[in-house]
Ligand binder design. Structure first.
Ligand SMILES: [Fe+2]
Length: 239
């Protein structure tokens, strides 16, 4: 299937623990293209005391990558800029002041939590984004204790207005059997909204949307793949 989206990846070079240089970024983008991906939202980490790349550098790297990526697929690979924002008490202010970015200039925010964050904290941070006009997408919801152990909690977050993203490798089974079962449950119960590769590098945590799409089609059918990997993410980039 062509026209797929990857809404979560670390392909932007030299700004976090993702791609180390332009060559590695282009290798990853070419792989994405070969697997049918035509829209990639680049989401470098922002996390205090760990990843705090200066916005000027992020923007400069993005402009450069976009210029270089024209070589891939005669220009029909669209790149957008975003951020994987680690939850903090000042994230709304960060977004409002443009210190960090939403996804592709939309109201959608890819928000990451820590593994051990309490339900009450996650819920409060999600509501704070919603009340300020942002639409939170919970990044790799399969990773946190609070969400992994309680699907009902994920449903509550969705009912409040948040969306749920899990990683491609979780669906294809590369992140272990337990994670695969969890992914299947989310899909079957209609709780999944988005998938991202969360691709980091050429030799580890490789972007593998194609493998995920094939597995997803086997479990849920073609229409579902279209919904999760084209239609839903299309709403992020439509103007
Ligand atoms: Fe990520």
């Amino acid at each position: 299937m062509k026209g797929l989206y990857d809404i979560h990846c670390h392909i932007l070079p030299g700004v976090d623990d993702g791609a180390r240089n332009m060559e590695e970024s282009l290798w990853m983008l070419s792989k994405e293209y070969k697997e049918g991906v035509r829209h990639v939202i680049l989401t470098p980490h922002f996390r205090y005391e760990m990843f705090e790349p200066h916005m000027n550098i992020v923007t400069r790297q993005f402009m450069q990558l976009r210029r270089e990526a024209i070589k891939i697929g005669q220009g029909d690979l669209q790149l957008y800029l975003g951020c994987e924002l680690h939850s903090s008490m000042d994230m709304v202010e960060c977004l409002k002041k443009g210190r960090r970015l939403t996804l592709a200039g939309s109201r959608y925010v890819l928000v990451e939590f820590s593994n051990s964050d309490e339900k009450s904290y996650i819920e409060e941070r999600v509501r704070s984004l919603l009340m300020n006009g942002f639409i939170p997408i919970i990044a790799h919801a399969e990773r946190y204790k609070a969400t992994r152990s309680d699907i009902r909690f994920l449903e509550e977050l969705r009912e409040a207005g948040a969306y749920i993203q899990i990683n491609a490798d979780t669906i294809s089974g590369e992140s272990g059997f337990g994670a695969k079962l969890f992914a299947k449950k989310l899909m079957k119960q209609g709780i999944l909204d988005f998938v991202g590769s969360d691709g980091h590098r050429q030799n580890e945590r490789i972007p593998q949307i194609g493998k995920c799409a094939a597995k997803m089609e086997k479990i849920m059918g073609k229409e579902y793949v279209k919904k999760i990997l084209i239609d839903n993410p299309g709403k992020i980039t439509e103007r």
